[in-house]
Design a protein around this ligand. Structure first.
Ligand code: AMP
Length: 565
């Protein structure tokens, strides 16, 4: 593997974290500290107060949680760490992270407290003795007022997303809570922005704080076609396979945050038949080199990598970078997309963004000085269209190579034995090679922005189009003659290459379907059936049903891959 000048990256061990924490980090698969972690962990371990200008996605939770856990006295069953968060969701998330990191420490009690949860449950846990409390300011204040929470033994307090707490009107509560905490404790304040009220809190409650703000180096942003895809965590895998299914050839680099995530994703892809491999820090140099060789030889097409492992990866035909997990800072994003468009080739990058990561997207856009326009999720039909196109290319390539005599004999034999014509045999072979679902789905036009039929009308699908000479007049003629529907009652007709949609009054639907079941147009059977709508029946597979197209839009025959127009 070629080496590229890389900045030396510190390890978690170098930051001064203890063995049980390092072991837990190994479990979750973090390879190296994120920039905010590298800067804040040593400071917090040294007992300093801190202002960290960092938002969600930078790894700030571990940045404060790890030092907090390290300085707990496990033999003391009193609250020693307090984290204030703006929302219940964040409190739960932080609590979960703290739990995970504390896995190998001696008995650490962690309790999230927030409004909406019964008071007595929290009381009971507090009485049992917990060491870390994570809560929203209102509820923490209630517990302090009632005396159910005692901060006498507090060693560290963290304000997480302080600007959000300000925005939500909690700042006075925060101020009050801090005034209840013992003088000698350590305080860390994390905030994406530093409006005056936050500065006031810092001035009033932090002792000689160190400010950690991640300075961005000047990086040249590669000219890569960039897109973002807004989705939920649960949609990511499906989106990934669809994008993979619509792309042109060449290699794809997929970024995941952790070693574990990386290995899992690669094996999920393999299970679906993709030539995917994981590239992470646990691989030996020899394994890395072997992987790069397979990429070059095009035996591997998809590499799922962590940021660190992908450094220095320079394979010319990587044309796509997919940011499956959003990077932890804008610089990492630039490094990632720089893996494509090498040697003057065109490249494309897709960034998956879940709702919680909108701010990181904005941060990246600010950093690169450009908006990253959103793309649409490729549909199943897009994937199928690409599959069909690839199939055609492969067939053409095979034909081009010649040497078909043996196979021609075989096809002739099959035709003669069964009394078929050769085209029918070829059709059956294509069907076997592609499967029914693909070809049917490839006929489905995109369903987005489909106008519903007019009131009282339904849309029908006919499996014949311009390719066999169908014209709107033929459709009107057939429906009028065979079903006896007056021509003027027939609504809009959209004729596409291989199918047609026609709107008819709902009251005629049954009659039309019945009387035209066997009909032909221009000598072709038309396979008439109701067109599926976007609101198709739940749970019923839609593959194979036709969907109405967008109004008056030519069907796609070849789809360019997303983000690579
Ligand atoms: P946070 O900014 O704390 O919300 O963290 C965002 C995400 O980054 C979480 O999913 C963490 O599990 C993950 N994360 C935190 N630190 C690291 C790291 N050093 N390497 C990889 N992932 C990390």
């Amino acid at each position: 593997m070629e080496s590229e000048p890389t900045t030396p990256t510190e390890s978690f061990a170098q930051l001064g974290l203890c063995a049980p924490l390092l072991r837990a980090l190994g479990d979750v698969g973090y390879e190296v500290p994120t920039p905010i972690q590298a800067r804040t962990i040593p400071l917090l371990l040294a007992g300093r107060d801190l202002i960290g200008q960092a938002q969600t996605g930078t790894g700030k939770t571990a940045a404060f949680a790890l030092p907090m856990l390290q300085m707990l006295d496990p033999d003391l069953g009193r609250v020693q760490g307090l984290v204030l968060t703006p929302t219940r969701e964040l409190a739960l998330q932080v609590a979960e992270a703290v739990h995970t990191y504390a896995r190998y420490l001696k008995r650490v009690g962690v309790l999230p407290v927030y409004g909406g949860q019964p008071f007595h449950t929290q009381l009971k846990r507090l009485q049992q003795g917990v060491q870390v409390v994570i809560g929203t300011p209102g509820r923490v204040m209630d517990h302090l007022r009632r005396g159910s929470l005692n901060l006498g033994a507090l060693r560290m307090v963290v304000l997480d997303e302080a600007d959000e707490m300000l925005r939500m009107g909690f700042i006075d509560d925060v101020d009050w809570i801090l005034s209840q905490a013992p003088e000698g404790r350590q305080t860390a304040l994390f905030s994406a922005t530093m409006p005056p009220p936050i500065r006031r809190v810092a001035k009033g409650h932090l002792r000689d704080p160190e400010t950690v703000q991640l300075a961005h180096r000047n990086l040249t942003v590669p000219t890569v076609e960039q897109r973002c895809l807004n989705l939920s965590e649960g949609q990511k895998f499906d989106a990934l396979t669809r994008i993979l299914g619509t792309r042109e050839n060449d290699a794809v680099l997929v970024f995941a945050r952790t070693k574990l995530g990386c290995a899992e994703l690669a094996s999920k892809l393999q299970a679906q038949g993709w030539a995917a491999e994981a590239l992470h820090g646990d691989l030996s140099q020899a394994q890395r080199e072997a992987l790069v060789r397979r990429l070059r030889a095009r035996q591997a097409e998809i590499v799922v990598a962590t940021d660190v492992a992908a450094r220095g990866l320079d394979v010319e035909h990587i044309t796509h970078v997919i940011n499956y997990d959003i990077p932890y800072d804008a610089e990492a994003y630039v490094h990632r997309i720089g893996r494509t468009a090498r040697a003057g080739r065109a490249g494309a990058a897709v960034l998956f963004v879940t709702p919680r990561e909108r701010r990181m997207l904005q941060e990246i856009e600010r950093f690169i000085g450009n908006r990253i326009p959103p793309m649409k999720m490729p549909t199943k039909a897009d994937v199928a269209t690409r599959t069909v196109a690839l199939f055609k290319e492969n067939v053409a390539e095979t034909l081009g190579k010649g040497g078909m005599d043996l196979y021609l004999n075989l096809v002739e034999e099959m035709a003669q034995e069964g009394g078929f014509d050769m085209a029918e045999v070829a059709a059956a072979l294509a069907r076997l090679a592609l499967g029914d679902k693909t070809i049917e789905a490839s006929l489905e036009p995109e369903a987005a922005a489909v106008p519903e039929p007019e009131q009282g009308m339904v849309r029908l699908f006919l499996g014949a189009g311009t390719k066999v000479g169908v014209r709107p007049a033929d459709v009107v003629g057939a429906i009028a003659n065979e079903a006896g529907v007056p021509g003027k009652e027939i609504g809009s007709i959209d004729v596409y290459e291989r199918f047609t949609f026609v709107e008819v009054p709902a009251r005629y639907q049954a009659k039309i379907l019945k009387s035209m079941a066997q009909s032909t147009i221009r000598g072709r059977p038309i396979h008439i059936k109701p067109a599926a709508t976007e609101r198709g029946p739940r749970g019923k597979p839609r593959t194979g049903e036709a969907r109405p197209p967008r109004a008056k839009r030519a069907p796609k025959t070849k789809q360019s891959p997303p983000g690579n127009p």
